[in-house]
Design a protein around this ligand. Structure first.
Ligand code: DX5
Ligand code: ZN
Length: 222
């Protein structure tokens, strides 16, 4: 499981998104873009037009995390626009199989996210439809929240289920991931790490990505 780091621009300067993407280009694996609609989560960020602009402004593949109420309606458009990965939430999707398939048919990786209180076991049979499972380690909506250790057992169970189904699905963590918490996530089986404040709150964002990657890789080997 190669470690992948996906810096979240939620903690970047929104007036200079292209420059903020450039800070981690060639260092990070993805650029994580949090789409929030003020309904599924109590916060409002950005939508498709900004994602389309960002796609032109960076060479990094875009990892779109849709925290919106109607992912079935909107997710395929993000994939058609050129996002490399599009993640919908289990709690919001009404037709997850159809939507995950639509994301794949539009050429993106299909992502499926679980809030801290949403069990993984219920969704085991959907794993063949999923390219990346996202286990949230905060309640979604805001950057800079405290990491929820209570989610770690679910992360480990998700890894076990993924292995049972052939080990192809990437396992992403998002929320409170930092130099202090990333090793716990890697030990529990995560391989794709979203970090917002830990990267964009750092003076040297590229170095923060390198440090996080080294910590996660070290923890995977131990
Ligand atoms: C929270 C978002 C995260 C956020 C993480 O709902 O999904 O991607 O940017 O921020 P940090 O890493 O600061 O917890
Ligand atoms: Zn996110």
């Amino acid at each position: 499981m190669a470690v992948q780091i996906s810096p979240s621009i939620l903690s970047a300067d929104f007036s200079r998104l292209a420059d903020e993407a450039t800070r981690v280009e060639g260092i990070a694996d993805w650029l994580h873009v949090d789409v929030m609609d003020n309904h599924f989560v109590p916060n409002l960020t950005l939508g498709l037009p900004i994602v389309e602009s960002l796609l032109k402004a960076t060479s990094l593949p875009i990892d779109c995390h849709l925290m919106i109420e109607s992912p079935d309606r909107w997710a395929p458009s993000y994939a058609e626009a050129g996002a490399g990965s599009v993640t919908i939430h289990a709690e919001a999707a009404k037709a997850p199989v159809r939507t995950l398939r639509a994301i794949r048919s539009a050429g993106a990786r299909s992502g499926f996210a679980l809030n801290p209180a949403t069990p993984i076991d219920y969704y085991e049979d959907l794993l063949p439809e999923i390219d990346m499972l996202l286990v949230m380690t905060v309640e979604p909506g805001f950057g800079g929240q405290k990491f929820l250790d209570v989610v770690l057992p679910k992360l480990a169970r998700a890894r076990a289920l993924i292995e049972k189904h052939g080990g192809e699905v990437w396992l992403q963590v998002d929320g409170g991931v930092s130099a202090e918490t990333i090793e716990r996530c890697a030990e529990a089986g995560a391989d794709v790490f979203v970090a917002g404040s830990a990267v964009y709150g750092a003076h040297d964002a590229a170095q923060a990505v390198r440090d996080l990657r080294a910590l996660a890789a070290g923890a995977q080997q131990s």
